[in-house]
Write a protein that binds this ligand. Structure first.
Ligand code: FES
Length: 105
């Protein structure tokens, strides 16, 4: 049984739903080949290539970005209040149904 189903949308409106069995959101996206989620730094919040926007309905459940994330997101061109680094989001069953939009798709 997957731990959570996650919807990844692109700016063009296309969307895929993937199943995560744990780990980070970035890892789940890479395993599913989500366009625009590269994870170049391997998931240590230092590259910004896993930038996503958390859907408004999910901001509270996902929680705020850490200080290290905010430091990195400052360098991203299109950071908003909904920005998170997907490598820093641990997938749990509480995030089943989560929707995010890829920032750099
Ligand atoms: S994978 Fe590099 S910041 Fe997330």
């Amino acid at each position: 049984m997957p731990m959570a189903r996650i919807r990844f949308a692109q700016a063009d409106g296309s969307e895929i739903t993937l199943e995560s069995f744990g780990g980070s959101l970035m890892e789940a996206a890479r395993a599913a080949g989500v366009r625009g989620i590269e994870g170049q730094c391997g998931g240590v919040a230092s590259c910004g290539t896993c930038h996503v926007y958390v859907d408004a309905a999910w901001l509270e459940a996902v929680g705020p970005a850490s200080a290290a994330e905010l430091d990195m997101l400052e360098f991203e061109p299109a950071t908003t209040h909904a920005s998170r680094l997907s490598c820093q989001i641990a997938v749990t069953s509480a995030l089943d149904g989560l929707k995010v939009t890829v920032a750099n798709g």
